[in-house]
Design a binder for this molecule. Structure first.
Ligand code: HEM
Ligand code: NAG
Ligand code: NAG
Length: 497
């Protein structure tokens, strides 16, 4: 027995050594720097063993190799490249999109809710993206704005009626607004906004950081065959809730001809239009309830956490900078004086608020990095790096936003960077809160609308005080989100409200 265990340990150690050397040589042959600290598991080792977000581990690598155009990372046997030079980033996301059109996150076929546009690949993705895009045109957003605005007004009333919510756990409170707003945009507005719904629980738990989920996430990244072999899934537990909700709403709408301009309307027209067909490849996609529910599920997860993050972080920064807080307050008050209430044109014409929000998304970008997978052998221009089909790619977002070469004094919150006089200094490709290229965030404009509506109605009626629980910037251990953990907020009713 002892000899067996000993032999096993020795075999494992040998394997680790061999895999590590293999990875190192793989990148050496291509003349690419290799992250030697964890040759087998790369950034996932520290993610699993230390209390740190993945983006923080990437950031360490970034700082260690500031002048390399890309860095090889250990990822068991999948070649993995962390592409850091802006020209190479631009190549992967935009110029050579066809070689990198895969998100690089393979999911289990049985995980019905993972069959959403974020994870979809190839022609299925293309087809779904084409059919989703009409939901986010300017006309559509204009006609949807009333839904968002109502949720934001109801949220202010909700806070005024529940004073205990004014201090402490502000992130949660803000999430409940985002959940009500996205819920209304997906399922239609009711007479009352719902701030405490099972969907809030769903969004808070879908990407929750726990050792079990983090381990699954890491295995999915490091060794997809093993992930599938073990039959792992991420979202199984939420299937009943959202699939039933979609079924119900589609059924109700079929009996009712009023246009509401929300996601449920789009679902009904997709169902009525029948099979979606991609003309180039002849691929067919059935708009089943499950497929539509998977899209709705993703809209929830996209519309709650990241938007709540931007609202929360923006208020944290404003609460520490009275000069900007008062500028934003007066801009909002003037807009209300001018328009009486908020509408699409008013909410999209704020100047100071726009600069503040953009700077907030620079310094605290909600999504730390994006991934791609190479689907066709190609070459990156800077460093002339040969990339083989199957290579996983990490693209920095947080790191670019915090690089002094692109943003002088990167740790200083300074909305003036986005003033009309200064904004030309920012290179487009180094500002990526919503990613870039053909797989750019589909809901970016919707997201900005929802977060601005939240901010405007909140700041119309409240002022904010930032509570610093620990000095500096601390982040919680997250898979891809960037979540500040050392601040909280207090909302103080304004005397004029
Ligand atoms: C402030 C809020 C949001 C942020 C910061 C954000 C950020 C992102 C980022 C970084 C990506 C990856 C882009 C890439 O790989 O280049 C993404 C993808 C995506 N986002 Fe968002 N997002 C937000 C809100 C939303 C909302 C509200 C929706 C929909 C209702 C949405 C829908 C999507 C979709 C569909 C994709 C996948 C696109 C594809 O693969 O084709 N997002 N988002
Ligand atoms: C802020 O960012 C949005 C979207 O990224 C952009 O459309 C807008 O022009 C930016 N505003 C400023 C003042 O830079
Ligand atoms: C918010 O403040 C405005 C301006 O003082 C006021 O008209 C409005 O009724 C307030 N909203 C709520 C829900 O109290």
């Amino acid at each position: 027995m002892i000899t067996f265990i000993l032999a096993l340990i020795i075999t494992i150690l040998c394997l680790i050594f061999i895999i590590g050397r293999y990875n190192e040589f793989y990148w050496k042959r291509r003349n690419v720097a290799f992250y030697k600290k964890h040759k087998v598991m790369g950034v996932f080792w520290d993610f699993l063993t230390k209390d740190k977000a993945i983006f923080e581990n990437l950031w360490e690598v970034y700082k260690e190799y500031p002048n390399e155009p890309a860095i090889g990372l250990g990822s068991i046997l999948t070649p993995t490249l962390y592409v850091t030079h802006p020209k190479n980033v631009q190549h992967v996301l935009i110029a050579d999109f066809n070689s990198f059109n895969h998100r690089g996150l393979d999911v289990n076929k049985d995980d019905l809710l993972a069959d959403n546009i974020l994870f979809m690949e190839g022609n299925r993705w293309k087809l779904m993206r084409q059919h989703r895009t009409p939901l986010f045109t300017t006309t559509k957003l204009k006609s949807m704005y009333y839904i968002i605005d109502k949720s934001a007004i109801d949220f202010v009333t909700h806070l005024k009626d529940n004073r205990l919510l004014l201090k402490g756990d502000a992130f949660n409170t803000i999430s409940s607004f985002c959940c009500a707003a996205i819920g209304a945009a997906v399922f239609g507005v009711g007479t009352k906004s719902i701030f405490d719904s099972p969907f809030l629980y769903m969004t808070q738990n879908a990407f929750k950081s726990s050792f079990k989920l983090n381990l699954k996430f890491s295995i999915g990244h490091l060794c997809n065959p093993l992930y599938n072999l073990l039959g792992f899934s991420m979202f199984k537990g939420f299937e009943d809730l959202i699939i039933n909700a979609i079924k119900r709403v589609i059924h109700e709408r079929e009996a009712d001809y009023v246009k509401r301009h929300d996601f449920a309307d789009v679902c009904v027209s997709l169902k009525n239009a029948g099979t979606m067909v991609d003309k180039d490849s002849d691929l067919k996609l059935e708009p089943t309830d499950e497929l539509l529910a998977a899209q709705a599920f993703f809209f929830y997860t996209a519309g709650v956490e990241p938007i709540a993050t931007v609202i929360f972080n923006t208020l944290v920064e404003l609460g520490r900078r009275p000069e900007y807080l008062s500028k934003v307050h007066s801009e909002i008050d003037e807009a209300f004086k001018l328009h009486g209430s908020m509408n699409y044109d008013a909410i999209t014409s704020f100047k100071v608020l726009d600069m503040v929000v953009n700077e907030s998304m620079r310094i605290h970008t909600p999504v730390g990095y994006v991934t791609r997978k190479c689907v066709k052998d190609t070459v990156l221009p800077i460093g002339n790096i040969k990339v083989d089909k199957g290579t996983k790619i990490f693209i920095p977002i947080f790191e670019l936003h915090h690089d002094a070469r692109y943003y002088p004094d990167p740790e200083v919150f300074d909305p003036e960077r986005f003033s009309p006089d200064n904004k030309h200094n920012i290179a487009d490709i180094t500002y990526l809160p919503f990613g870039r290229g053909n797989r750019v965030c589909l809901g970016a404009r919707y997201g900005i609308l929802q977060l601005k509506a939240g901010l405007v109605h909140l700041l119309r009626n409240f002022t904010v005080k930032t509570i610093v629980m620990e000095e500096g910037m601390k982040y919680s251990r997250q898979q891809f989100q960037v979540r500040l953990s050392n601040f909280d907020l207090e909302f103080i009713p304004r005397s004029n409200a």
